[in-house]
Design a protein around this ligand. Sequence first.
Ligand SMILES: NC(=O)c1ccc[n+]([C@@H]2O[C@H](COP(=O)([O-])OP(=O)(O)OC[C@H]3O[C@@H](n4cnc5c(N)ncnc54)[C@H](OP(=O)(O)O)[C@@H]3O)[C@@H](O)[C@H]2O)c1
Length: 415
Amino acid sequence: MASTRVLCLFNGRAAGWSKALARTGCRNVCSSPSRLQSMSAWVIDQYGSSAVLRHTDEISIPTINFAHEVMIKVSAASLNPLDLNMRGGYGAALLNLRRDPLSVMNSFSEFPLILGRDLSGVVVDCGSGVTHFAPGDEVWAAIPPWKQGSLAEYVTLTEYEVSYKPKSLSHIEAASIPYVANTALSALVNAGGLCRETSSNKRVLITGASGGVGTFSIQLLKAWGAHVTVTCSQNAEGLVRGLGADEVVDYTAGDVAEQLERMERFDVILDNVGGDTEEWAMGLLKPWSGAKYVTLVSPLLLNTDSMGLLDGTLHAGLTLHNKAFQNITSSGVFYRWAFYAPDGPTLDEVSRLADAGKILPVVEAQFPFTQVPQAFHKLEQGHARGKTVVKVAEDDECIEATESEREVQETAQQY
Ligand SMILES: NC(=O)c1ccc[n+]([C@@H]2O[C@H](COP(=O)([O-])OP(=O)(O)OC[C@H]3O[C@@H](n4cnc5c(N)ncnc54)[C@H](OP(=O)(O)O)[C@@H]3O)[C@@H](O)[C@H]2O)c1
C-alpha cells in the first residue's frame, strides 16, 4: 500500500480566516472568486476513449444558485471505475433525465461534462440557507453522478452532500474515500442490513476486495466487529490482510467457488466482481436465516442506455424481481442490487472512524492535475489496489486561491 501525506500549509490559514469571517458576521459574504468567470477543468465534449479528455481554463465557475448550496475549492479528486464508464457514455440516458428532465430529448446537452466523483477541498462560499458550513471549512464529498465532477477547480453541492473532512487525513488521502465509502455503506447497510450494532457475529464475504470499494469495506466491517472473508489475487493478500481481512481466497489459484464452499456459510456477500459470481455465490449463504447477496454490478444503467428509459427500467426491474423471487422462495436468501448514494451525514460517521484510525486511506497512485489522462490510463489497466487520486490544487495554488478570502476578511474588519 502506498499512502501519501501532503502538507497543505493553506489549511491552517483557511481555518483562521473562517473563524475571523464568522466573528465579523460575514457568514454569507461571497468569498468565492466571484469576480472570476471561468476556471480550470478537465472536460469531455463527447463520449469515447481517453482521447476525449480535454483541459480548459474556460469553464464557467459553478456559482451558488440555491440557498443550501456550498461552493468548494477542490484540493484533490479521485477516480473510480464509474469515471471510465461515464467517459464512454455509461448511464447517459438516465443521468440526462436527472440533469435536466425538460431537455432529455436534446442530445449532447450534458457537454462539456466534468468527470470525477470524489473531492476533498475547502468551502469558499455558502448560500444564505447554509447552516453547517462556513468559508474556510475543510470538507469532503461524493458527488451525485448527474452533477458536474471534481476534475475542476470548483464544485458546487448542497450542504447535505458535504461533510467535514477527517482532520487526520491530507486532502490527497481524504479524496480517496467518499465515493467508495458512500457506496459501501449503501450496499452493506441499506441492502445488506448490517450496521455497527449488529455486525459483530456476522460472517461477510467480499469479492473483488483489493479495489476501492473492497479495501474500504474490509476496514468498515472490521471496525464493526464482523468476520471478513475476501477474494482477491494472490499478490493483493498482504494488502487485504493488513486492512484486517480474516480469511483470504486467491481467485487466481483454482476454482474460487470450490475454495469458498469448504468454509462456513455467510450472512452477507458483497459482490464487487459481478459476471457469473452470483451463479455460485448464492449457495454460499446461510439458507432460511435472512442472509443477503448484494451486488454492485447491476445491469440497470446498461439497460436504460441500450433499450431506452422505459424499456430499460422495466427490463431491469423484471430481472431483479425474478432473481429476488427465485432466491427467496428456493433457499430463503435475499438477492439485492446496490448503488452509491452521496450522503454527507454518512460521511460524518466515516470521518470519525478515520480520525480514530479505524479507516485508513489506500492511495495506490497519485497524479498532478496536468496528468489526468495518465490517471485515467492507470485506471484502465485494472488490477486496482485501492485508489488513484488526482491532486487538483498545488499547495501554493491553495494559498493563491484564498487571496479573495483575505480581501473579504480585510473588508469585514473595516466595519
Ligand atoms: N452500483 C454502484 O453504484 C457502484 C458503485 C461503486 C462501484 N461499483 C462497481 O463495483 C465494482 C468494484 O468497484 P471498485 O471501485 O472497487 O473497483 P476497482 O477499484 O477497479 O477494484 C476491482 C478489484 O477487483 C479485483 N478483481 C478483478 N476480478 C476479480 C475476481 N474475479 N475476483 C476477485 N477480485 C477480482 C481487481 O484486482 P485484480 O484484477 O488484480 O484481481 C481489483 O482490485 C466495479 O465493477 C464498479 O463498477 C458500482
